[in-house]
Ligand binder design. Structure first.
Ligand code: NAP
Length: 322
């Protein structure tokens, strides 16, 4: 009998085809995520679960799957939606998809940086609202990248890929992470600094840490106040790393000049969130890894983790507990 697996979303066909070769595949039918109570029912009796960041996988859900559950495979590199300790306590490995989405996510972070620096959304809105009457010498002036300082918080896979792009734009790069050495930073064209120095000296600050208890609201009223009034914040990691109310107030009051966000807290961002009313805030709907090739690779990688898990083999990419 084939192992029974539940896939919580309509993931790219490449992944589903691979899973069907080995498993008895059950997929959540709707394009919208499953409500938690439905999910709890559907995972019952499964050997494996393939999930995405829209599902909360907590201890109760793991228990609802039953004693036969052998693996949880996340189609993402971040796994803050999964209680990995609860899974480990039950001997269930958790898989994720590092690496294959690094370039796509770094591209998006850089697209946000450029768009905010050069005020692209304001320019688009200017035309659409019928205000473009002439070329203006003093209008929609943005920030240069060349010679500007980029502060990267979290010089991991994606942070390093962002640094690579920044070098091509002749930016000076500062970086911070907990275990970063001078040598490692220098290998990526960056200077290792502490967080206060990074916030004080950067023209652009880009977040690339995972969301953990330590990084939740890393950007808050106090840290925003340490940034330059001309600074632009880019967040393509997880919405929870930023205190969004504090960011709104900082953007409104000119504490910093702009922000470009791929991720918000919560997601989707409510339409009445005041941040959406600000001309200096650019928000896109969590599309960091959203390219055709990258999503195919993520689906395949998550499928291989799932298959290895249900077969009782080591996962090609298993999340390690810190
Ligand atoms: P990674 O290689 O593990 O890099 C994470 C970096 O953050 C590491 O350098 C880590 O270094 C640093 N870090 C962790 N905790 C920190 C802290 N408290 N303070 C400062 N630095 C800290 O992960 P990755 O593949 O680059 O992915 C990073 C995150 O991007 C993921 O966790 C995910 O949330 C997000 N992401 C978003 C999208 C999207 O669609 N927008 C797509 C992919 C990934 P130390 O351990 O030395 O501190």
């Amino acid at each position: 009998m084939k192992p029974k697996v539940f896939v919580t979303r309509q993931i790219p066909e490449a992944g589903l085809t691979r899973i069907r070769e080995v498993c008895d595949l059950h997929v959540w039918e709707s394009e919208m995520p499953a409500p938690y109570d439905q999910l709890t029912k559907r995972v019952g009796g499964m050997d494996g679960i393939l999930c995405t960041l829209t599902e909360r996988i907590d201890a109760a859900l793991i228990d609802a799957a039953g004693a036969g559950l052998k693996v949880i495979s996340q189609m993402a590199v971040g796994y803050d939606n999964i209680d990995v300790r609860a899974a480990a306590a039950r001997g269930i490995p958790v898989g994720n998809t590092p690496g294959v989405l690094t370039d796509a996510t770094a591209d998006l972070a850089f697209a946000l940086l450029l768009a905010a620096a050069r005020r692209l959304t304001e320019g688009v809105e200017y035309i659409r609202s019928g205000h473009w009457t002439t070329w203006q010498p003093r209008h929609l002036l943005g920030a240069d990248l060349s010679g500007a300082t980029l502060g990267i918080i979290g010089l991991g896979r994606i942070g390093k890929a962002v640094a690579k792009r920044a070098r091509g734009f002749d930016m000076r790069i500062l970086a911070t992470s907990r275990h970063l050495t001078d040598t490692e930073a220098e290998a990526h064209g960056a200077t290792r600094v502490d967080l206060p120095t990074l916030l004080r000296d950067s023209d652009f600050v880009s977040l690339h840490t995972p969301l953990t208890p330590e990084t939740r609201h890393l950007i808050n009223r106090e840290t925003l106040a340490q940034m330059k009034p001309s600074a632009i914040l880019i967040n393509s990691t997880r919405g929870g790393t930023v205190d969004q109310r504090a960011l709104y107030e900082a953007l409104r009051d000119g504490v910093i000049a702009g922000a470009a966000l791929d991720v918000t807290d919560p997601e989707p961002i409510p339409l009445d969130d005041p941040i959406l009313t600000l001309p200096n805030a650019l928000v896109v709907p969590h599309i960091g890894s959203a390219t055709v090739k990258t999503r195919d690779k993520m689906a395949l990688m998550a499928a291989e983790n799932l298959i290895a898990g249900v077969m009782g083999q080591p996962l090609p990419n298993q999340v390690k507990l810190p």
